[in-house]
Design a protein around this ligand. Structure first.
Ligand SMILES: Cc1cc2nc3c(=O)[nH]c(=O)nc-3n(C[C@H](O)[C@H](O)[C@H](O)COP(=O)(O)O)c2cc1C
Length: 175
């Protein structure tokens, strides 16, 4: 039985989770950009940072899978918004559903973790994107703000870190 942890991470929080899971399970962790022969693995645990609803690198990686009948697939998202908010969780899942084939979505076990952000480290493009989004939502009445809007307003221009490795316990149980 061959297992692999694959991650898509721009700023490192998703990579931290993937590497900690690797340390705890002895399963190799590798960036999606370096994955070769994904079909050789039976268990695939994919960690992806959330970027404008997308899971970084996920669809590109999953596209390479041929036959999933004997495979176990776990998808873990890492974002700023609160994954205990049911509406947010449903939005993330619906986004995943639109990004991968139906049979893989139905088979995959999906988990959500919280990452972090450091505005001083963001690229020019990402900083501008956040600025536009922030100005679009900051004056919305509270009842109209989504969990994503709230997370962005609360953390705008700051350095925050919600990384909590205890969130890996449920994933280890699933593995
Ligand atoms: C341009 C941009 C878009 C983002 N979009 C989302 C989002 O849609 N939902 C969310 O929960 N977090 C979003 N985030 C926050 C990231 O998911 C969070 O910072 C995560 O920890 C990033 O993972 P990484 O450090 O592995 O790259 C966004 C961050 C940036 C910079």
């Amino acid at each position: 039985m061959r297992n692999i942890i694959i991650y898509g991470s721009h700023y490192g929080t998703t990579k931290q989770y993937a590497e900690e899971l690797s340390r705890r399970t002895n399963i190799e962790a590798i960036s999606f950009e370096n994955v070769k022969k994904i079909n050789d693995y039976n268990h695939i645990i994919y960690f992806g940072g959330l970027y404008a609803g997308g899971v970084l690198g996920m669809s590109k990686t999953i596209k390479k899978l041929n036959n999933i009948s004997s495979k176990k697939i776990i998808i873990v998202t890492v974002g700023l918004s609160d994954p205990t908010d049911e509406v947010n969780k449903n939005n993330i899942r619906n986004n995943i559903k639109s990004q991968i084939p139906k049979e893989i979505f139905e088979k995959a076990k999906i988990f959500h973790l919280r990452g972090g952000i450091d505005y001083s480290k963001l690229s020019f493009i990402n900083k501008n994107m956040m600025k536009l989004l922030y100005h679009a939502v900051k004056n919305l009445p509270e009842e109209k703000q989504s969990a994503e809007d709230r997370a962005m307003i609360e953390t705008y221009n700051k350095k925050v870190n919600f990384v909590d490795f205890s969130g890996l316990d449920k994933i280890i149980k699933e593995i």
